[in-house]
Design a protein around this ligand. Structure first.
Ligand code: FES
Length: 158
């Protein structure tokens, strides 16, 4: 008997439709990430089994392309812009401050309680507001690092 599948019917149908088409692996991984928010090990195994591709190839593709996330994002996703304008105006300080306030150790993206994740992103098109970050898509601009505390507090109970 097949292992229990954690994918939705829609995702399963998408995989069935795409599994023999060229370029399918990237399309399928995008769809998995869209549904799950990231690509877990279990999802990667499932994709390999369903498409008949070696697991090493699935992992290789996931790690080669930066847009695939392999770690579950937090409930509140803090994305700090490190595009040129934001970087020059202190974007890195914002990331460092957010990570420190949330107690993230080196290499960690998501807090242990799953409430927050902090990640750098490329230019989000609001360069006039640099430095910029977004939380769940809400844009905060012209920031200094001493405002990060307040922004995090806003989402603490959401
Ligand atoms: S560089 Fe940050 S919004 Fe463009």
């Amino acid at each position: 008997m097949a292992a229990a599948c954690e994918f939705s019917g829609e995702l399963n149908a998408f995989i069935d439709e795409w599994k023999t088409k060229p370029g399918n692996l990237i399309m399928i991984l995008h769809k998995v990430q869209e549904e799950k928010g990231y690509i877990s090990k279990e999802s990667a195994v499932e994709v390999a089994e369903r498409t008949g591709m070696p697991l090493a190839r699935v992992y290789g593709t996931m790690t080669f392309y930066h847009f695939f996330k392999t770690v579950k994002p937090g409930k509140n996703r803090i994305s700090v812009c490190l595009g040129t304008a934001c970087y020059l105006k202190g974007g890195q300080d914002l990331i460092d401050e957010a990570r420190t306030l949330l107690g993230l150790a080196s290499g960690e993206i998501t807090t242990h309680d799953g409430l927050f994740s902090v990640e750098p992103v490329r230019c989000i098109g609001c360069c006039g507001l640099a430095p910029v970050l977004t939380v769940n898509g809400d844009v905060y601009g012209k920031l200094s690092k001493n405002q990060i505390d307040e922004i995090i507090a806003t989402y603490q109970n959401k």
